[in-house]
Design a binder for this molecule. Sequence first.
Ligand code: FAD
Length: 408
Amino acid sequence: MSILTSSPSSISELVYDYKLPKKYELFRDALREFLRVHIANSVDYYDSREEFPVENIQKFAKHGYMGIPIPERYGGAELGEFGYGLAVQEIGKVCSSHGTIIGAHTGLCCVPIWLFGTEEQRNQYLPELTSGKKLGAFALTEPQAGSDAANIRTTAKAEGNHFLINGTKQFITNGDRAETIVVFAANDISLGPYGGITAFIVERSFGGIRTSKVEKKMGIRASTTAQLVFEDCKVPKENVLGRVGYGFLVALTSLDGGRASLSAGAVGGAEASLESVLDFLASRPSLRSDQAVQGMVADIAMEAHASRLVSYNSLHEVDGYFARIANQEKIPREEREVISRHTAMAKAFCSEVASRAAERALEIMGPEGYEEGSPVERGYRDSFIAEIYEGTNDIQRLVIARDLLGLS
Ligand SMILES: Cc1cc2nc3c(=O)[nH]c(=O)nc-3n(C[C@H](O)[C@H](O)[C@H](O)COP(=O)(O)OP(=O)(O)OC[C@H]3O[C@@H](n4cnc5c(N)ncnc54)[C@H](O)[C@@H]3O)c2cc1C
């Protein structure tokens, strides 16, 4: 189904204005109200204490927001990547820490299990994740392998009916709290990324997983980012996600979705900056009539608007792409590369717009924005992470350029 209105009354409506079908509109409005009533008032509390918002995540679970893109038969809301992106946008408007926690759980743990899991794996793992009984994480990055994700050194050695996983994973969102972790390990380093890396569904209860560090961060302080050490973590063979040697594709595909939804979170961040500025200027008539200020307001609004369109297009594309993968359709490599290029563009563009919007908002509001507790101050600290995680924007630019130059 198209996300666009079924009968656009004009080209401008088709091109410039996403008229959401009723189900998305109702979902977004309900989520907005949920965030306003149950979440917004406490986000500064958790951020200032650098505390994981356990109670808030339980509220997300209670209201059915822990498996938005996942089909209903696995306990999800069955709203696909587009509906999920709309949710990340709304959450991003309120708090990027919460968006990060929900994003790692949903986009990087539930989604790969939905896309690549066997029916048994989906039935075993998704209901407890989508209901929020368990929290999910995605462990790809290692001390020497982030930008160069193919360089992972965590090993998975086959022994009888299980694999033994050994190695260190770094900067893992929800890493110290998640009960279910999608982990990437080298089954055979000599084979390189395609053939040599396998994805696993790992339960913390398997043992052999130790949290060795929890990072202190400049922003998204209510989310946790942990280093995990795997020491002879024994994973049953039936917990291979996809096929042995197929893990790099699982990771890259998951990150396509992650980047599209991350772009939507950044749109939410830019919109929040704009709203803060408009609220502030409502009581500052002299500033409101200042042309330099007007120019900055226009720039924030213009870029936020453009980023919304880029993000929605990317979400729409990934929505269809993921539905086909979940149906076991084989997608040609060229098509996959176009999707990756577009999600890389959306991620890099929207995250940079959000950072610029936060900076301009701070500039306009001056001391009032700079004060601790101001949404602009938190927004400024929180926004830059979207330029870093799920592949830095330097790496997104490599993805884009290499595809265009035929170098990938
Ligand atoms: C808060 C947070 C949460 C995270 N959550 C997760 C998670 O849940 N799961 C997970 O697996 N990972 C996660 N990450 C890891 C994240 O995706 C990586 O940190 C990121 O991809 C950068 O990789 P790196 O750490 O190796 O940085 P580096 O590669 O060391 O980057 C350092 C700098 O060098 C630049 N650079 C590197 N290579 C190139 C190149 N070839 N060309 C141009 N510039 C280059 C980078 O752009 C960057 O500016 C998280 C990171 C953070 C900070």
